[in-house]
Ligand binder design. Structure first.
Ligand code: MLT
Length: 386
């Protein structure tokens, strides 16, 4: 590596076709991912933020400082004022095909929101989208699950409280679900600038597509099993163990590894220690789901899987990530259909992605904005056949 301080990374042929892994491509004002300490938002570790009001953390990511009491009150009132969803959007959601995955419904709903309410101003559309997403996402749950008509929005309750109210999950304890969803929402908001969904959203916005179109792209990125759908796969993985007995878990993990299978919820592209977002959720589980069998399975897996994975020196990170236990907690709180978990991840990630889109479009490069994304692919194997 050159000792020129301005040289951040030297690209060799071996780096090609590795998904830009680790390539510095820009700067990020919202969050930082430290391989050992995990993510922090504008200098605050997620552990410090996990119990804060979700609106405070939305404000932090967008304004780059925590709000004073007066700023927070004004911000909450602003979100309430922005929250009305055009009724056409809810009617269109009712017409979506039930065979579609909830993430496909989310993509469609974002397009409907854009068609009925975009302003074309990145800052305005970011806040409007955050304020309107609870109603739209709750409607996706209710209509697609057959729980009934969308429940009327009461935005003064707060973003997450209103969301849980509008979900109206049959048989759920709303206080418990609210306490989980407040934490879930804060923990999943942002994870640096280079994760696939955020990167895709910013790339599309760099062509000056509007916030809604950019978010459709971001959510398509999130929907893949190697990214946001991993939280659904993790619950199915924990379910398939069939027992919380550590000996059974150990046998299950060893069998999985022997057959070349994945240990869902462990490892991460960037992190090299336990993800603090997992640490917070394990602790929360002990207060809201301590007696739940699946939670006990996930909690025991935390110890067993790490021990077994560490036996292989090639495993660079044997530790749990954000998805290791999130689905188990959602399940314990009444959201039992894992197909919807990625939508919940998206609900939260909208906050960070919109903040980063605004930064790239409005603030960076002295307000000129980041240039249109245009990287280079080396032409290869293109000789005309003889
Ligand atoms: C995460 O939240 O862990 C991600 O979005 C995945 C990543 O950072 O690449």
């Amino acid at each position: 590596m050159s000792d020129d301080k301005d040289v951040l990374f030297e690209i060799t042929r071996a780096h090609l076709n590795t998904g830009l892994r680790g390539f510095p491509v820009g700067t990020c004002r919202t969050s930082r991912v430290d391989p050992m300490k995990g993510v922090s938002y504008v200098g605050y570790s997620v552990k410090e933020l996990a119990d804060r009001d979700p609106e405070e953390v939305v404000f932090l990511l967008h304004q780059k400082h925590l709000p004073s009491a007066a700023e927070l009150a004004a911000f909450k009132a602003d979100l309430v004022a922005r929250s009305a969803v055009n009724p056409v959007v809810l009617d269109l959601i009712k017409g979506l095909p039930k065979e579609g995955h909830p993430m496909e419904w989310l993509g469609a709903a974002l397009n409907f929101l854009g068609m009925t309410g975009k302003t074309g101003d990145y800052r305005e559309d970011a806040l409007n989208l955050i304020a309107r997403s609870p109603e739209v996402i709750a409607a996706i749950f209710r209509v697609r699950s057959g729980w009934g008509e969308p429940i009327a929005s009461e935005p003064q309750r707060g973003l997450v409280e209103n969301f849980v109210h509008m979900l109206g999950v049959p048989g759920a304890d709303n206080d418990r679900l609210t306490s989980l969803m407040r934490t879930f929402y804060v923990l999943h908001m942002d994870h640096g600038g280079g994760n696939l969904s955020t990167f895709s959203g910013k790339a599309v916005a760099s062509g000056l597509a509007d916030t809604y179109a950019s978010m459709v792209a971001a959510m398509a990125g999130l929907s893949g099993p190697r990214h946001g759908r991993a939280n659904a796969d993790c619950l199915e993985f924990v379910r398939s163990v069939g027992s919380s007995d550590p000996a059974v878990i150990e046998r299950f993990i060893r069998d999985k590894l022997a057959s070349g299978g994945l240990i869902f919820g462990f490892g991460h592209a960037v992190l090299r220690a336990e993800d603090p977002r997992a640490t917070v959720q394990y602790a929360l589980g002990e207060t809201i789901a301590a007696d739940d069998d699946l939670f006990r399975t996930a909690a025991n897996m935390r110890e067993v899987a790490v021990r077994v994975l560490k036996e292989n020196p090639k495993v660079s990170n044997p530790y749990p990530n954000v998805d290791a236990v999130s689905g188990t907690l959602l399940n314990a709180c009444g959201l039992t259909d894992s197909d919807y978990y990625t939508v919940l991840f998206g609900f939260s990630r909208i906050v960070g992605i919109t903040a980063q889109i605004v930064d790239e479009r409005v603030h960076l490069r002295d307000g000129k904005g980041v240039a249109i994304y245009r990287c280079k692919f080396i032409a290869e194997n293109q000789d005309r056949p003889a």
